[in-house]
Design a protein. Structure first.
Length: 532
């Protein structure tokens, strides 16, 4: 339960107006500041997460690779460039909760975004509903009055009641009691600091709201050019204009207070479903409940039907499948789990040639990456020193002049024939020449090391097809590239494009497990090194 809000506008002779609450403006600051209300994604207060969505409407300037609503379901991941659904400029999504949110002690839920730092904050209104039809927007206020450039920023202390004012991994919390207090304040005092538009919407929708039975949370991206207003009618700014992933990037919505249920709690485990080839015809599902009760499946959307635990494809496109367990006389109903996958004429994967460690100030390095489809692979720096950049298409890597761990992200979004490839990441270190893990020229490295053996065995891939598993260890202090080549006659050799199914770093060793389908079973494979 919250403290009764009393909003008072203070006017200064030469400055913008500022809102004062019981905590007084400025409002709660950034992560780590003494008054911050940020809640980390691993906080023990979280007892549940959004488990489905009712609808989504994408705004403008959002690439297709960010348009997977299921990425906003389940626990927050807390990373900056994966595991999110991007709403686009002006887009919106409505998430649902099979176990409703309730108005309990303190904050009731929190919204997670993937902001890269404490100032690049892309904002959205937050609305809740008990019936999926009447939505109430939280009182929201924005104290700044200056446009924010595409790569600019603003401050959490100027923001109240909007998602999301905190960097990745930290949720912006919301207290349902604020809606009751805003409604009571409106009728008791007719406060002029609410705009006519906000007051009218609150008066029309709040009577339909059950604060102890919130089943829907709607997130609406704010176009950050100042043309859209807060609850007092003042313009809101955030980074604008942006492209590719414009608007709020939703990671998750975590529940702190929820409706108590009768029975023993149970949880469904449902692994991610890989993209499928239309010719496969069907895919068998394998979810389980820790209660031991049977799981029921349904196709929520897409070109497919299901019977029992099998999903049958009726065409190409994105398929969404829900796993549910309704409970019994002992167990309460489990939160349902949604999984999505693409059915396409063809499937594909990506291989990146592993990189050795690099030297500070080492200039430009070519990174080699290929897709089995032959479609161009795109690449970006996921994390690393700020002066490390990579060309998205040409894969030329500028190493910069700072040391640190670099992670590169490769992706291929597919086309009319091919499903998207699974994202691939590789890591390496940028170090000083004097470091113990600095790269040595290939010839020098060979003086005290041996070329690693390439081990192989027959197996099956994730689709059950016969395949070949290849394994080798790449020493990242060896200034060379490595790749798999293949030949059917031992005379002509070509690059193989294996799928990276596992990679792990132990010291300077990068251990790789690679998979090739049995179409190449008559080939001979070699591990090839090329001096960098």
């Amino acid at each position: 339960m919250g403290t009764l809000l009393r909003f008072v506008w203070l006017f200064a002779a030469v400055s913008a107006s500022a809102l004062e609450t019981p905590e007084t403006w400025p409002w709660a600051g950034a992560v780590g500041e003494g008054d911050s209300t940020a809640i980390h994604m691993d906080d023990v207060r979280f007892v549940g997460w959004a488990d489905d969505y009712a609808d989504i409407s994408f705004g403008t300037n959002v690439a297709s690779k960010w348009k997977t609503p299921a990425e906003a379901l389940g626990p927050a991941e807390g990373v900056t460039d994966t595991g999110i659904v991007c709403l686009g400029s002006g887009g919106e999504i409505t998430l649902t909760f099979s176990r409703p949110i309730s108005d309990g002690e303190g904050y009731d839920f929190a919204v997670f975004e993937n902001a890269m730092n404490d100032v690049f904050l892309e904002l959205a209104w937050v609305e809740v509903s008990s019936d999926g039809e009447h939505f109430c927007r939280f009182p929201n206020f924005y104290a700044a009055d200056t446009p924010v450039s595409p790569f600019g920023g603003h401050y959490a202390s100027d923001i109240h009641g909007l998602a999301s004012k905190y960097r990745h991994g930290y949720g912006t919390p919301f207290d349902l009691a604020e809606l009751q207090e805003a409604y009571d304040c409106y009728y008791d005092e007719n406060p002029w600091f609410f705009s006519r538009e906000y007051a009218a919407a609150l008066a029309a929708n709040f009577p339909y709201l059950d604060l102890d039975g919130i089943t829907h949370v709607r997130i609406i991206d704010i176009v950050g050019d100042g043309s859209q207003n807060d609850a007092s009618g003042f313009g809101i700014y955030d980074p604008y204009p942006t492209e590719g992933s414009a608007g709020l990037d939703l990671d998750a919505v975590g529940v702190i207070n929820q409706v108590e249920v009768d029975g023993v709690a149970q949880t469904i485990s449902f692994e991610t479903i890989p993209h499928q080839k239309l010719a496969f015809g069907s895919v068998a599902l394998d979810a389980s409940a820790d209660s031991g009760l049977p799981v029921a499946y349904s196709v929520q959307s897409g070109p497919a039907t299901n019977a029992g635990n099998c999903v049958y494809f009726t065409g190409t496109g994105t398929v969404e499948v829900v796993a549910a367990q309704a409970g019994d006389e002992t167990y309460a109903a489990a939160a349902s789990v949604l999984r999505s996958f693409v059915v396409a004429e063809e499937i594909q994967h990506i291989f990146i040639e592993p990189l050795a460690n690099q030297l500070v100030g080492g200039g430009t390095v070519q990174v080699n990456a290929y897709a089995g489809s032959g479609l161009p692979v795109k690449m970006e720096v996921q994390s690393g020193p700020s002066d490390v950049v990579v060309d998205e298409v040409l894969h030329r890597l500028e190493l910069g002049f700072s040391s640190g761990t670099v992670s590169l992200h490769a992706y291929q979004p597919g086309d009319a024939a091919y499903a998207p490839a699974a994202d691939v990441y590789i890591e390496f270190e940028i170090v000083e020449a004097s470091a113990t893990n600095a790269p040595a020229p290939f010839a020098s490295w060979l003086e005290s090391n041996m070329v690693p053996p390439l081990a192989g065995m027959l197996t099956n891939d994730v689709y059950g097809r016969p395949a070949i598993l290849l394994e080798y260890a790449f020493d990242q202090t060896c200034a060379a590239r490595s790749r798999i080549i293949q030949s059917a006659d031992l005379l002509s050799w070509t690059h193989a494009v294996p799928e990276i199914i596992d990679q792990s770093r132990a010291g300077n060793s990068l251990d790789l497990k690679l998979l090739l389908t049995a179409a190449a079973s008559n080939a001979t494979f070699r591990l090839e090194f090329e001096t960098q």
